[in-house]
Design a protein around this ligand. Structure first.
Ligand SMILES: O=C(NNC1=NCCC1)c1ccc(Br)cc1
Length: 324
């Protein structure tokens, strides 16, 4: 089918990737988030202070906008950020893929995190079962696009500090090396979630039986259960869990071990070089592996995708990964 296509994802600060998206002919830079299912945009209804530094969607300027009268949305993300507003439909085009009648959620309120972030909104690519629109839940861009794609899948290519891409409807063999491993996805919580029963630090293997992992391009870091994080940093000389910085820091001169995580029965290995997230003060650095803060769901965010091409396949559903 002819709607397959690839959209370029520009790095905005190393591990945030923004995709130029057309909504009713208006161009916005949106953050693609496989950990949520709402497509929302900064709108002309926001306060001037909230709009500062952002491209804005103005429904009245779009010839194809249709209001959904009385519909609302409100979302709070795991990091505490959030947004809310009203709803309409419009034509949304991403790379070569166009969807008419896509639910577009217009923000009338956004949290401070989003005002200071580069994104002009989010494209939710998790399962539509967790879309927050009321009174009638809406479908994601991917769910609406599926019938016009060759295959019901999309793939995330997010190399560190380099141009990335989201491919819709096809797997791009030029974007990875070696073979693809697949994990069966349990979409019961609305996420691309799979079994993740163990991990390896350097040469040691640790069990985390019964735990799961979530492939989440909307989360910057790799977030794992406390045991895993303390086992990892136990082998990093000079590492400490800083209350000041809200996570593990270590001397930037330290060489970091690799981290391998079980994804549906196969290991994905993140090299130590990708686990130094950023320098704090020239001496100490903040780790790309941090605590998820509780529960049994590990979150494999952008730092994971800096090492692996991720394939989100709705046909099973399954999550595939292949080394970049
Ligand atoms: O909110 C989540 N992902 N997306 C985003 N985070 C911040 C802005 C967007 C998220 C989803 C599931 C789990 Br479990 C943890 C986190």
């Amino acid at each position: 089918k002819r709607q397959d296509g690839s959209a370029s994802a520009a790095p905005a600060g190393g591990t945030e990737y923004l995709v130029s998206t057309s909504v009713g002919g208006e161009s916005l830079n949106l953050d693609f988030d496989t950990g949520s299912a709402d497509l929302w945009v900064f709108s002309s209804s926001l306060s001037s202070a909230s709009k500062k530094g952002h491209d804005i969607y103005t429904a009245s300027k779009s010839p194809t906008y249709q209001a959904l009268s009385g519909y609302t949305w409100s979302i709070t993300y795991a990091d505490g950020s959030g947004a809310s507003g009203k709803v309409g439909t419009d034509t949304v085009t991403i790379g070569g893929t166009s969807v008419t009648g896509q639910a577009v959620e217009l923000a009338t309120k956004v949290s401070s995190t989003f005002v200071s972030d580069a994104a002009d909104g989010l494209v939710g690519l998790a399962f539509s079962s967790i879309n927050t629109v009321q009174p009638v839940q809406q479908q994601t861009f991917f769910d609406n696009a599926q019938p016009s794609l060759n295959s019901p899948l999309f793939a995330a290519y997010l190399p560190y500090n380099a141009d990335g891409a989201y491919d819709f409807g096809f797997i791009d063999s030029s974007k990875y090396s070696g073979s693809i491993n697949y994990a069966t996805v349990n979409s019961g919580n609305g996420f691309w979630e799979f079994a993740s029963n163990s991990y390896q630090v350097g040469g040691s293997t640790f069990s985390q039986s019964g735990n799961t992992g979530i492939a989440d391009t909307g989360t910057t870091l790799v977030l794992m259960i406390d045991d895993a994080v303390s086992n990892y940093y136990a082998s990093v000389s000079g590492a400490s869990n800083s209350a000041t910085y809200g996570g593990y820091i270590f001397p930037c001169s330290t060489s970091l071990p690799s981290l391998s995580v079980d994804i549906g029965g196969n290991y994905a290995t993140i090299p130590g070089s990708l686990l130094n997230f950023q320098s704090i003060d020239g001496t100490n650095c903040f780790g790309g592996l941090q605590s998820v803060g509780g529960g049994t769901q590990n979150i494999y965010g952008d730092v994971f995708f800096n090492a692996y091409y991720g394939i989100f396949d709705a046909s099973v559903p399954q999550f595939g990964f292949a080394a970049l």
